[in-house]
Design a protein around this ligand. Structure first.
Ligand code: SF4
Length: 326
């Protein structure tokens, strides 16, 4: 749930639990199917980590979810925040949770004016969060602190007049709410132009599978890549397809350009319809680990990243109506 709203996750959660009702079924899941269930939620490394963690729980812990910090931290995708959430919420054990909301509440209540992006300040906050844990009801306490941050002690203008702990809050007393917490200035979000090809061979086109690790790992995509300085979109696409797949292509027409925002950057994806000219597919393993020639009607069977799903709408609109390449 970190960085994702409850309302966004809710329907995914129910679908996920129906598909994988226990750790054994998740461990045995087919990764492509799992990615399809996750498709549209973003943060795809979480799906891969959940899958890998379930497999380790089955193999190393005989299918029993660990209930201590060291074992939890040894599982893929579980850091201090998630371990604290599991220990306190699932097992009612005295472990702190420090998410963005809790950090805001603690820094304001205890008047911590150091930069919260520094590791030194994070250490102070984790220690503090541990010290203030109650002996009982840790589950409710942790959730109450996070909820207070989400609903009342909000980033812009906290509602101090209705805050249940305003009498012990130092920031409220000193009227410093607006100054706390202190963060490093945000860097501007970079933007990249990226190309992709719908590469036709008869009535089918090519999709490739991204390597399992890294950004959007394990998802299918339309092959292409980032435009280099001084390159035209067409030159970029031809170069990328040759480098990644050993194919020479003829670019026929521009299909669509779509914008998409990731956590740390934005892209404009320029998509062209192409014909395969020459070459036999030889994948560069850093770029693709599998490929399929498919028809437009089969697109829904594969899990794609958000930007590619916008492209799919354009393909389906054009080719499911007209029935194939021009
Ligand atoms: S009094 Fe205001 S600043 Fe202090 S914890 Fe409550 S909402 Fe936050």
């Amino acid at each position: 749930m970190q960085q994702t709203q409850v309302t966004t996750v809710e329907s995914y959660f129910h679908r996920f639990i129906r598909q994988y009702p226990n750790v054994q079924s998740l461990a045995e899941a087919d990764l492509h199917h799992l990615m399809k269930v996750w498709e549209g939620l973003g943060y795809y490394s979480r799906a891969r980590h959940l899958h890998a963690a379930a497999q380790e729980i089955v193999s190393r812990f005989h299918g029993v979810f660990p209930d201590n910090l060291d074992d939890l931290l040894s599982l893929p995708g579980i850091g201090r925040y998630t371990a604290g959430a599991i220990l306190s919420i699932a097992f009612e054990k005295p472990a702190p949770i420090l998410d963005g909301n809790a950090v805001r509440v603690l820094t304001r209540v205890f008047h911590i004016t150091d930069n919260i992006d520094k590791a030194f300040t994070q250490n102070i906050l984790w220690k503090l969060a541990e010290q203030i844990l109650p002996e009982k009801n840790v589950r409710s306490f942790n959730q109450a602190v996070m909820e207070l941050g989400a609903l009342i002690c909000k980033p812009g203008k906290p509602d101090c007049s209705i805050c249940p702990i305003s009498s012990i809050c130092r920031a409220n007393e000193l009227h410093l709410q607006a100054m706390i917490p202190l963060r490093s200035p945000r860097k501007p979000v970079p933007h990249y132009d990226v190309t992709a090809g719908i590469i036709w061979r008869a009535d089918r086109f090519l999709i490739t599978l991204r390597p399992p690790k890294g950004l959007l790992g394990g998802l299918w995509e339309f092959p292409g890549g980032k435009v280099k300085p001084g390159e035209t979109l067409e030159t970029c696409l031809k170069r990328e397809i040759l480098e990644e797949l050993n194919l020479r292509i003829h670019i026929k027409s521009h299909l669509v350009s779509v914008g998409h925002a990731y956590t740390h950057f934005k892209i404009t994806l320029h998509v062209f319809e192409c014909q395969c000219q020459a070459g036999r597919i030889r994948m560069n393993p850093d770029a693709a680990t599998d490929f399929q020639w498919i028809t437009a009607s089969l697109l829904d069977q594969y899990a794609f990243p958000g930007a590619d799903r916008k492209v799919i709408v354009a393909i389906q609109r054009k080719h499911l109506i007209r029935g194939g390449p021009e």
